[in-house]
Design a protein around this ligand. Structure first.
Ligand code: ZN
Length: 337
């Protein structure tokens, strides 16, 4: 197997190049010795542009990723990650979370429909790399985000395909991991992720969010249905919520549930609109909280899943704040891998 160091020395083309790791072979479960952090990024993620809002650039804009990549490079993080390739043929897998009608409709959307497929490809490429032990964990600096994408045939909440849900099902069905934990720290509730697994006890979904914000879901009293009862955990935070308010839910709600659930794979819906000074969010959460949440998620993965963790970018609309929080997140992933 190519080691992380060998890869960086021989094949890395830098953050702004195309993904360069060749497609891996059939899935294996040889993950015990996995190390290193993977990064998914593709220039084509910048091609997707949503219409202006109120005469200004849409908040879910390409600049979010441009600035993020700059900060990663300024901190030398691009030298410490393995560039991961996107998985080919994402349409083979989007059906895990979407209807044929939805997919056909999204494919009609010029440019953005294709970029949305590439975001799925990135998520699946990261899951494959982690599942096969190529890297221990990975972050996808991708857009558009996914956790609001249901099956309406159109964009919802800046999302087209439910990247996290598709990735979780892919980890289960292609790579054989039975129990998947999805942690969503975006300011907004991950309604599409919840919907995908609401009656499913094989996926534990934990979300901290402002229930009063878009999309108006995430009532903490709703915990799943049927066999999935107890496997959805929603925790509301008020405007002005600080680090301690966020982390309290991780200690009091997530950790006991995880102890019972024993996840074999961990996915993070990493939205940085829960950071202070966001354009759409109203929390007062610091970059240090993202370091701490990352560390806790990694500890969970280490304890139960041989460290397997894939993080997917969701929201985050203060361009600078989003980049700084993502860098804190990636630094932590690298330090622990
Ligand atoms: Zn959000």
């Amino acid at each position: 197997m190519t080691t992380r160091r060998d890869f960086i020395t021989t094949t890395s083309k830098g953050l702004f190049g195309m993904a360069v790791v060749p497609a891996l072979g059939p899935a294996s479960s040889s993950t015990a010795a996995a190390s290193g952090t993977g990064l998914v990024y593709d220039r084509r993620y910048l091609d997707h542009v949503l219409p202006e809002r109120r005469g200004e650039a849409h908040p879910e804009r390409p600049l979010r990723l441009v600035r993020m990549m700059e900060v990663f490079a300024e901190r030398g993080l691009d030298q410490d990650v393995m560039q991961l390739s996107l998985l080919d043929d994402p349409l083979d897998y989007v059906g895990y979370a979407h209807t044929t009608e939805h997919v056909e409709s999204v494919r009609q959307i010029d440019v953005s429909g294709r970029v949305a497929e590439l975001a799925v490809s990135g998520a699946l490429g990261a899951v494959q790399a982690v599942a096969t032990g190529e890297v221990k964990n990975a972050f996808c600096a991708s857009r558009p985000p996914g956790h609001h994408a249901n099956n309406t045939g159109a964009e919802e909440g800046f999302c087209f395909y439910s990247n996290a849900a598709i990735a979780a099902r892919y980890a289960q069905r292609v790579h054989g991991f039975e129990r998947v934990l999805i942690v969503d720290w975006d300011y907004h509730h991950g309604n599409a992720t919840q919907n995908a697994f609401y009656d499913d006890p094989s996926v534990l979904f934990f979300s901290t969010h402002d229930w009063q914000a878009y999309p108006g879901t995430g009532d903490p009293s709703l915990t799943g249905e049927g066999d999935g009862t107890g496997y959805t955990i929603n925790r509301h935070l008020d405007c002005g919520a600080r680090d301690v308010d966020m982390l309290r839910h991780w200690d009091e709600s997530l950790l006991p549930a995880v102890h019972r659930f024993q996840p074999e794979f961990v996915i993070v819906s990493a939205g940085f609109d829960s950071r202070r000074d966001d354009l759409l969010g109203c929390f007062d959460v610091s970059d240090d909280a993202f370091r701490r949440m990352t560390r806790i998620a990694m500890d969970i993965a280490e304890d139960h899943a041989d460290g397997r963790l894939v993080s997917l970018l969701e929201g985050g609309y203060n361009v600078e704040g989003n980049a700084l929080a993502a860098a804190a997140h990636l630094e932590t992933l690298i330090a622990g891998s």
